[in-house]
Write a protein that binds this ligand. Structure first.
Ligand code: PEP
Ligand code: MG
Length: 844
């Protein structure tokens, strides 16, 4: 395919640093809605003509100009982002519309410092705004001087036939639904960018008109992709196909955030509630949005914003690079330490922050600005604020709230640059903190023993700081507007986060009333916690073990505090995911031992590696399967890698005291699989000279396993039903399919029949049956499952006290009657209605 082409060279309109268009913090430019080209971060203060031509448009606000080049192409030069809001202040046009110019003619003079401080970004797009799709065949990179070659454009050329024919640069594309409950938020974004590390392909995600470089978790956040939305993934480059497959598999998997069946979180109803303030009180009370529940009485204390001045001027580029690298590295170490010592929630949030610190868009953005002569502090701040601007423009509250994480890292890294020591603040007792906004790191640094709660003018209920506060049990209200900022330090307050009120300077009688409610709650919680430690038996004396599902050592510690009587499922995959190679025996053993130590004297059921299917591991080469959920996953995959399996068995058998750790095989569908694992286990046991092999049990996750439970129970020491997978296989509904989520209910009578078959088969050989799928923690399900014959329930740790209380009030005969009735129901909805109406056997 040939046609006549004309080349046009554009010369840089000022000194500056070239920025790829997709890094410009404005989707109109980043997504090339106006045209293709590049952007420059200016370092000189006059915009010069990049080519010969005629000024066809000069914007009234003086910040943008369009030239018609002599070859007939239109070029737009737009100084900064959202500079239209300056209404011409700081800009002085040097030309008029219709004027002919040659390369280097001054077009617009501008006050660089003034515009820099007021603009959202100084990035200046230089675009070919021509409908005939001219092709840009050269783009400068890095630092450029005014008048240097910037871009070469071929006009009239067909769209690069040779490029399209090159198989190396073929574009692979797929459209996929987002199954994650909260869409692509910080954690999935970090995992997507991490999953692409082994590949060199350029991968872009498109959500409607928005596009994002998939290696940048910040850019991914700005996509605002929500659950159920269709996202197009484009991959280009030599390993594009493999990168695309890996990414689709990862997203398809739901990353542990697709709603598993029956796992809807249950809010524990607290009977002792504070009544709403009456009209008089309400008149002086301030409204807020609950970020974390609870009620507190305390005194106001303002936390002033951490506005630290920024030094623009810098040392040499090398010095500023070193300063930034050291500050980022210090911050990373600090966050990694917080991740190690905190709760599971804190660990997850800190992991997301560590991912942001590695974000290529931020790091490159800051490097470009340092290169351009700015200080490390300014470069870091500006790079982050550009992305904050992108996130806050997204029409999704959750994504906007992620901007707080960037602001947090801005603050932390700049604090490290300033060499400011980290230390706890001093606060009065019973402080109710009043602040414009609170960042996760600020909350973690507070002397929590003195803090009764907090209120923020800004923020949102799904921010990371809200999640952290909920994990700490700290009542808090957010999005209150500026009103609380006027409250004087030391003013008495009642913070009713449950009701969404902040009562300012309440009457003594009201304080007394609220104090009584708080005291009653404490008594109730203390009783629940006390009872949570007591072994669980039904009202008529049947022992029911209430275990915890674990995915980390921190989970095990948390589970112990919730009264877990053991671990019914340790998902050992957590050790294998999000890394470049498998953990060795020593590392595995250390973690399994730490989990056992956290739950001393209690059984730990550790599942053998369950990857493949919905849980791909990047370093584990698996052939592409059309139907991975029905493919080489779970034990099928492990048996194909006996070295890996043996390594894990060795690490598990070495856990002391012997017998505490039990081993569980995932995804069993035939007897032979148990026999093969047992043979390998016995070899390991012989080799280390153990007297007795640990118990070896199986997960019942396939209809085949449920239907042949009697045969499997001959070989297995215990059975544990994985209702998440069992439900998807019984109902033939993908557990991650958001569109069918309301139909994939484990209380469907067909699934209940499988549970019944499993219990009957196991009972023939005296084997215990547990449940470790999400339904184990479902209050509707508990009496039913016990009625079907299950004697162990393993769940999310926080659900344990409630589950124990519920089981304690249960009579078995009534539970059996309920189960029988449920088996005769026609669908899950009917079963749930029956379960909710079930009063007979349960003392409420
Ligand atoms: C299950 O399938 O029910 C189960 C507990 O395993 P996972 O959710 O890890 O697949
Ligand atoms: Mg499973």
């Amino acid at each position: 395919m040939t046609s006549a082409t004309v080349s046009l060279t554009l010369y840089s309109p000022f000194d500056g640093v070239v920025i790829p268009l997709d890094k410009v913090p404005d989707s109109v430019f980043a997504e090339r809605m106006m045209g293709d080209g590049l952007a420059i971060h200016p370092l000189s203060d006059t915009l010069l003509a990049p080519c010969d031509g005629v000024v066809t448009a000069l914007h009234a606000a003086g910040h943008a100009v369009t030239l018609r080049c002599d070859v007939g192409v239109d070029i737009l030069l737009h100084i900064g982002i959202e500079t239209i809001a300056l209404n011409g202040e700081g800009f002085t046009a040097q030309v008029q519309e219709g004027q002919r110019v040659t390369v280097g003619t001054p077009l617009i003079a501008f006050a660089l410092d003034r515009v820099a401080l007021a603009a959202r970004s100084l990035a200046t797009p230089i675009l070919v705004v021509d409908g005939s799709s001219p092709m840009i065949v050269m783009r400068a990179e890095g630092r450029v001087r005014a008048g240097e070659r910037l871009m070469t454009i071929e006009v009239g050329s067909p769209v690069g036939a040779s490029d399209q024919d090159d198989p190396c640069d073929a574009l692979y594309s797929r459209t996929i639904a987002i199954p994650m409950r909260h869409g692509i938020h910080a954690r999935p974004a970090a995992r997507i960018s991490a999953a692409l590390k082994p590949f060199s392909a350029r991968v872009t995600l498109h959500n409607g008109a928005r596009a994002a470089d998939a290696r940048s978790s910040v850019a991914l956040l700005a996509l605002g992709a929500r659950r159920g939305e269709m996202v197009r993934i484009d991959a280009e480059g030599p390993d594009a196909q493999a990168a695309l497959d890996a990414l689709c598999d990862l997203i398809d998997s739901g990353m542990g955030e697709a709603d598993p069946p029956g796992s809807a979180p249950v809010d524990m109803e607290l009977p002792e509630m504070l009544g709403p303030p009456d009209a008089d009180v309400r008149a002086g009370a301030l409204r807020g949005v609950r970020a974390s529940p609870g009620i507190a009485i305390g005194i106001a204390h303002r936390l002033e914003p951490d506005d630290r001045p920024i030094q623009h001027k810098s040392g040499s580029t090398a010095e500023e690079r070193a300063v930034l690298a050291e500050a980022v590295s210090n911050t990373r170490d600090h966050i990694a330490a917080l991740a190690g010592e905190g709760s599971d929630i804190q660990r997850t949030i800190m992991a997301a922050h560590l991912g942001i610190l590695e974000d290529p868009v931020l790091l490159e953005g800051a490097q470009c600005l340092i290169q351009a002569g700015f200080s490390a502090g300014y470069a870091w701040h500006r790079a982050l604020m550009d992305q904050v601007a992108v996130l806050t423009a997204v029409d999704d509250a959750r994504t906007r709230e992620r901007a707080a994480d960037l602001m947090d890292l801005d603050r932390q890294v700049r604090r490290a640059i300033d060499g400011e020591p980290r230390g706890e603040r001093t606060l009065p007792d019973n402080t109710i903190l009043i602040t414009d906004d609170l960042l996760p790191s600020q909350l973690i640094e507070l002397p929590l023993a003195r803090v009764a709660g907090f209120c923020t003018a800004k923020g949102g209920p799904t921010s990371h700081v809200a999640i952290l506060a909920a994990g700490m049990g700290l009542p808090s209200l957010v999005a209150m507007g500026p009103a609380p900022l006027d409250i004087a330090n030391g003013t008495p307050l009642i913070l009713d986060a449950d009701g969404g009120w902040l009562e300012v300077d309440p009457l003594q009688s009201r304080v007394a009333e609220v104090s009584d409610v708080i005291a009653a709650r404490h008594r109730q919680r203390a009783a629940a916690q006390r009872d949570a430690e007591i072994p669980c038996r039904t009202a008529d004396g049947r022992r029911i073990e209430i275990f915890a599902n674990l995915g980390s050592v921190a989970d095990a510690e948390h589970a112990a505090r919730q009264g877990a009587e053991g671990a019914g499922l340790v998902r050992t995959e957590f050790l294998f995911l999000d890394r470049q190679s498998a953990p060795d025996e020593k590392e595995q053993h250390a973690v399994y031992q730490a989990i056992a130590n956290a739950l001393p004297g209690r059984p730990i059921i550790a599942r053998l590696l369950d990857i493949g299917g919905d849980k791909p591991v990047p370093y584990f080469a698996t052939a592409r399967e059309d139907n991975p959920m029905l493919g080489v996953r779970g034990i099928r995959l492990a048996l194909q890698h006996p070295d890996l399996l043996e390594c894990q068995l060795r690490a598990m058998t070495a856990v002391l005291p012997a017998g505490q750790l039990r081993i569980m095989i995932p995804m069993v569908s035939m007897v032979d699989e148990i026999r093969q694992v047992r043979a390998l286990l016995e070899r390991v046991v012989d080799a280390v000279g153990m007297e007795q092999a640990p118990q070896l049990g199986i997960m019942v996750e396939t209809p085949a396993a449920a239907a042949t439970a009697g045969l499997l129970a001959v070989e297995a020491d215990f059975l544990s039903i994985g209702t998440n997978d069992l439900t998807q296989y019984v109902l033939a509904i993908d557990r991650g399919n958001a569109g069918l989520a309301d139909r994939v209910d484990p209380l469907h009578p067909a699934v209940l029949r499988m549970i019944q078959l499993t219990c009957e088969g196991a009972a023939e050989h005296g084997r215990p049956v547990g449940i470790c799928g999400g339904v184990a923690g479902d209050p509707d399900a508990l009496p039913l499952l016990i009625g079907l014959g299950v004697t162990e329930l393993s769940m999310v740790p926080t659900m344990i006290p409630e589950a124990k209380a519920r089981a304690r009030g249960l009579y078995q005969a009534a539970a059996r009657d309920l189960a029988e009735a449920a088996l005769r129901c026609s669908d899950a909805r009917e079963v749930r209605a029956l379960a909710r109406a079930f009063e007979g056997g349960v003392r409420r």
